[in-house]
Design a protein. Structure first.
Length: 127
């Protein structure tokens, strides 16, 4: 049986590698350096023909959401709230995708209202 190769692409903010071809069952790591001052960092996976799927979200160096990260082979970290790495070890053929890194000053959705917001006028959504 021939060797199977995977094509990888990482479109990051000052990230690397831009693309990576590896053999099945090898490990791969992507690196991302977000825009200075951006507290929130996201890693997405986009499989051919599908929309991007959020793998993990960091706020500074803490994880906010990693519910879609396959923790058996994928890992991610953000060092000192700045650089981030995404590792896949070992990589499978099904992991062939575009891996995207994005950053922002703040998250668009917040779990709690900041204390300066008034909530008295809010009513529940009707189904």
């Amino acid at each position: 049986m021939g060797t199977m190769l995977l094509c990888w692409a990482a479109l990051c903010l000052l990230g690397s590698p831009r693309y990576k071809i590896i053999e099945k069952r090898q490990s791969v790591a992507f690196w991302c350096n977000p825009i200075s001052g951006h507290a929130t960092l996201y890693w997405y996976q986009q499989i051919l023909g599908q929309g991007p799927k959020l793998l993990i979200q960091f706020q500074n160096d803490g994880v906010v959401d990693d519910s879609q990260l396959p923790k058996d082979r994928f890992s991610a970290e953000r060092l000192k709230g700045v650089d981030s790495t995404l590792k896949i070890q070992p990589a499978n053929l099904g992991d062939s995708a575009v891996y995207l890194c994005a950053s922002s000053l703040a998250t668009a959705l917040q779990r709690h209202f900041p204390p300066v917001h008034k909530t008295a006028g809010l009513s529940p959504l009707l189904s």
